[in-house]
Design a protein around this ligand. Structure first.
Ligand code: AGP
Length: 608
């Protein structure tokens, strides 16, 4: 899972490539590299760590060329190292950058070694360069050699290629990993994400699986899997993605936390009227199809999975529909039994997560009623492959830790529950409350930002600990899971969430004065039970930090009780998420971690 970009231009492309990589660091940031197809001799620079290291190296070398390709890496085959960084070359002639995984790499390695190719890295990607070279040496031109090569690859790839004999050209191929061709003025591009070429290209063509492309500064040619030229739809670059800056915030994550009121408004806007959800907001024919929904199967990963877990209760209450929820990475391996009239729902910020995509592809072969995708990226593969979809409209989320993607997913899930309940003509009052709550959510989220001051007072008490426990009951257990995930991924403090009632069945043994326990205690039907669970923690010397309502009966030091806004039943899970995000963010800041790009992670996980 990496980011690739290539450019052919009438100007020097070095800076363009590096800037494009910087915008795609969310796809990986353990090493970066580029090759510029200079007139005399191609110049290759590879550096370990972030793109800024590559940028520094560029400043020193000042290479100039009007075409080149570049890559930011998240290691799959081979440790992060300069030798494993892309581009990979063959015989000083063919250079490639690759995103994806080549599954038959062992066979190919053996085959190429037997042919006398010296393989210099531990990567599966390097083999692609040698294969293209080998096919070219059999009398094919570069494009033909690339096409032939892809027939020998099993797996997923987006590839950009330069040939030192073909100055001013970039070649590309796509199979199961995202790739687009961008059209500019006297320059054209290939890239994994439109974000990388925002501000440079005016429009782009999304390549389909099996497509190839050849670009120069003036020409774009796209070929289908049979090698014949094809036309692909031209999409203007969304002007909202032209500038993704921190706007004065210290980190993207911080900015994205505080953008949530507007993001949630955008998720709901134009999809409801007074007290009712509009028809067909998931696409033409969706409302009619939802009439027949008897069960729902959700698949997702990480934060998006927590959204599904939180929303389950809404579907059971509003649509009276049972739900199954699976880790996308596990779903297809349990050979799921699909009952009639089951709706399949994928949730994904990026719409590209390989595990979720694989689950979607598997589901297509099964007798589901249809596939709905809830995602934030309209150009994503999942959006294109689904029967129905809704975009969360959160705006670009750059921080690796999901924040506004999660709360807008909750809003979209509540809209889905309302849409099904409406067509089934059931629970009209509850639905009206849910929609009213959705409209109130942005203001309540804004109000919850006021807790930051209080959270600041507890940050240092958590920042020096090694472990933390998060507790909740009902839907708040899922919110607690999301809070624990936020803390662990950006602060590296080990954090686990439990339904509070489970504590006494094992995890209570972990409670001591060194383990902070964060609890969510809204005044709901389970609060009394929760209070007894929290007493168990207190009596074992645990330090509790509680987020709850002003009327809460919990007896705890004022400094450790965070007074939440008075929320509605349906928007409270959204609002209770906010202080947990702020807590994780502030703790990570205090520990000085790289919290927009935490170690070992990447934003878009496009490998299984
Ligand atoms: C959470 O903060 C992470 N970014 C991660 O768990 C993420 O939610 C997961 O990888 C799924 O990504 P998706 O929503 O883009 O499919």
């Amino acid at each position: 899972m990496c980011g690739i970009i290539g450019a052919a231009s009438s100007r020097s492309v070095g800076k363009i490539l590096v800037n494009g990589l910087k915008k795609m660091e969310y796809r990986g940031y353990d090493s970066a590299g580029l090759i510029l197809n200079q007139e005399e001799k191609a110049v290759q620079i590879r550096t370990l760590g972030k793109v800024s290291n590559l940028e520094e190296a560029m400043v020193q070398e000042k290479p100039k060329a009007d075409s080149g390709i570049a890559h930011t890496r998240w290691a799959t085959h081979g440790a992060p190292s300069e030798a494993n960084a892309h581009p990979h070359g063959s015989c000083d002639n063919i250079y490639i950058v690759h995103n994806g995984i080549i599954e038959n790499h062992n066979d190919l390695r053996e085959q190429l070694t037997n042919k006398g190719y010296a393989i210099k890295s531990e990567t599966d990607s390097e083999l692609i360069a040698h294969l293209i070279h080998s096919n070219k040496s059999k009398g094919k031109n570069t494009l033909e050699a690339l096409i032939k090569t892809t027939k020998e690859l099993d797996g997923a790839y987006s590839i950009a290629v330069i040939d030192t004999d073909e100055k001013g050209k970039v070649f590309a191929a796509k199979q199961k990993s995202p790739l687009l061709v961008g059209k500019g003025i006297e320059e054209n591009f290939v890239a994994s994400d439109p974000l990388a070429i925002a501000g440079l290209a005016e429009s782009f063509y999304l390549l389909e699986d099996g497509d190839f492309a050849e670009i120069t500064k003036t020409d774009i040619r796209i070929f289908g899997s049979d090698g014949n030229e094809v036309n692909r739809e031209e999409t203007p670059i969304d002007t909202n993605i032209q500038e993704v800056t921190k706007d004065g915030y210290k980190h993207f994550m911080e900015k994205e936390i505080y953008e949530q009121p507007e993001a949630i408004s955008r998720a709901v806007e134009g999809r409801t009227t007074e007290g009712e959800v509009l028809d067909n907001i998931f696409g033409l024919g969706s409302s009619e199809a939802f009439k027949n929904v008897k069960r729902i199967q959700f698949v997702a990963c990480g934060t998006s999975l927590h959204a599904a877990k939180t929303a389950r209760k809404w579907f059971e209450e509003l649509c009276e529909t049972p739900c199954y929820i699976d880790f996308a990475s596990e779903y297809r391996y349990r050979n799921p039994l699909v009952e009639d009239h089951t709706l399949f729902v994928c949730i994904s910020q990026s719409g590209e997560t390989a595990d979720t995509m694989a689950a979607l592809n598997y589901a297509k072969e099964k007798k589901y009623l249809g596939i709905v995708t809830i995602c934030n990226v309209p150009t994503s593969t999942m959006a294109r492959e689904s029967d129905w979809k809704i975009f969360t409209n959160a705006g670009p989320e750059i921080g690796v830790a999901s924040t506004k993607a999660f709360t807008t997913q909750l809003a979209a899930l509540l809209l889905l529950a309302c849409a099904i309940s409406k067509i089934k003509k059931i629970n009209n009052d509850k639905r009206a409350n849910a929609i009213d709550d959705l409209h109130q959510a942005p203001d309540l989220v804004k109000e919850s930002f006021g807790l930051k001051k209080h959270i600041d007072e507890i940050v240092e008490k958590i920042a020096d600990k090694k472990n933390a426990l998060y507790l909740g009951r009902g839907v708040y257990f899922s919110i607690a899971q999301e809070g624990a995930l936020k803390l662990k991924e950006i602060s590296y403090i080990h954090a686990e969430a439990y339904p509070a009632g489970e504590l006494k069945h094992g995890p209570l043994a972990l409670v001591d004065e060194m383990t902070p326990v964060v609890a969510l205690a809204p005044e709901d039907e389970l609060v009394e039970k929760l209070l007894s669970n929290l007493e168990e923690v207190k009596s074992r010397g645990g330090t509790l930090y509680v987020f709850g309502n002003s009327g809460s009966k919990i007896k705890i030091d004022k400094g450790k009780f965070m007074n939440m806004p008075e929320c509605g039943y349906y928007n409270a899970p959204i609002v209770y998420t906010i202080p947990l995000q702020i807590l994780a963010y502030e703790v990570a800041c205090s520990r000085g971690t790289d919290l927009d790009q935490p170690r070992n992670l990447a934003k878009s996980v496009t490998v299984e």
